[in-house]
Design a protein around this ligand. Structure first.
Ligand SMILES: Nc1ncnc2c1ncn2[C@@H]1O[C@H](COP(=O)(O)OP(=O)(O)OP(=O)(O)O)[C@@H](O)[C@H]1O
Length: 259
């Protein structure tokens, strides 16, 4: 039996029309298996969030297929959403709660048993070194602590797929190490992790597979070591820069026909 959790094929999504049309995803293929951390790399505007939003049912594709744990996610977005836990690019507001309460609540909403959720919440707070902030009102915590809390909310009762959109943003270097360890252990425990990050240097040590997006298209795909071997330089960052170019900023990928 295949252990593919997420299969995306020939995914296409365009925003707008006429001269302002942007082809944000232009025939994207991607697979994430159980136990794998798959990293999506790309410049600003390359189409990463567009892809993620379609996978979790926030946006509908124009064409292509998305299968999540056997479910057709395009036809049944609500079912697909239940199979995935998501840390979005923007934190979910948790005003009125504490980090511990917010993490615990998500675990319960996702169907975790009270004792299991309490233990897992305590583990995450400890593993991310959030103890001193755990019971502080959310409006008083720093951006980094809020980001780590949002990660823990996605990790407390992981779905078959865990989607993490820029989880390291605002997080200090020491806690980033702790965070990478937890990301790895989510996959080691059997989920598939789809990770969006600009933190290429740190991701290299943790991820199993890298998909590089440029202007809505996959321009490279493989294990980090494979991409490093196939490109000039000696790191994933070198390979990435070679693949997408040092200077271009992945500006809007306007339709050729619309010019
Ligand atoms: N709702 C929208 N309406 C119109 N254009 C959009 C919309 N969302 C995204 N775009 C455009 O689609 C392209 C891809 O955007 P997307 O947010 O997917 O990129 P990204 O790789 O996630 O970028 P970043 O790293 O900055 O988050 C960009 O040109 C962006 O301007």
């Amino acid at each position: 039996m295949s252990d593919d959790v997420l299969t995306v094929q020939d995914l296409r999504k365009r925003y707008g029309s006429g001269t302002r049309a942007v082809q944000a995803n232009d025939g994207v293929d991607l697979t994430a298996r159980a136990g794998q951390v798959v990293c999506l790399l790309g410049h600003n505007g390359a189409g990463k969030s567009t892809l993620v939003n379609q996978v979790v049912g926030i946006a509908a594709p124009d064409a292509g297929t998305i299968r999540l744990a056997g479910v057709d996610a395009v036809a049944h977005p609500a079912q697909a959403r239940a199979l995935a836990s998501v840390q979005a690019q923007a934190n979910v507001p948790i005003t009125g709660l504490t980090p511990r309460r917010a993490i615990d609540l998500v675990g319960r909403i996702r169907g975790g048993r009270r004792g299991d959720v309490r233990r897992r919440t305590a583990h995450l707070l400890d593993a991310l070194d959030l103890g001193q902030w755990a019971d502080v009102p959310a409006e008083k915590v720093s951006g980094g602590v809020a980001r780590l809390t949002a990660f823990a909310m996605a990790a407390v009762a992981p779905g078959r797929l865990v989607v993490l959109d820029e989880p390291t943003n605002d997080v200090d270097p020491v806690r980033r190490r702790l965070l990478w360890r937890e990301i790895r252990s989510i996959a080691d425990d059997g989920a598939a992790v789809l990770l969006v990050t600009h933190n290429v240097l740190e991701a290299e040590t943790v991820v199993d597979h890298v998909t590089v997006l440029d202007r809505g298209r996959v321009v490279a795909d493989g294990a980090p070591a494979r991409l490093v071997a196939d490109n000039p330089g000696d790191s994933l960052e070198d390979a990435y820069i070679h693949l997408v170019g040092e200077t271009h900023a992945a500006g809007p990928q306007r339709q050729e026909t619309a010019r």
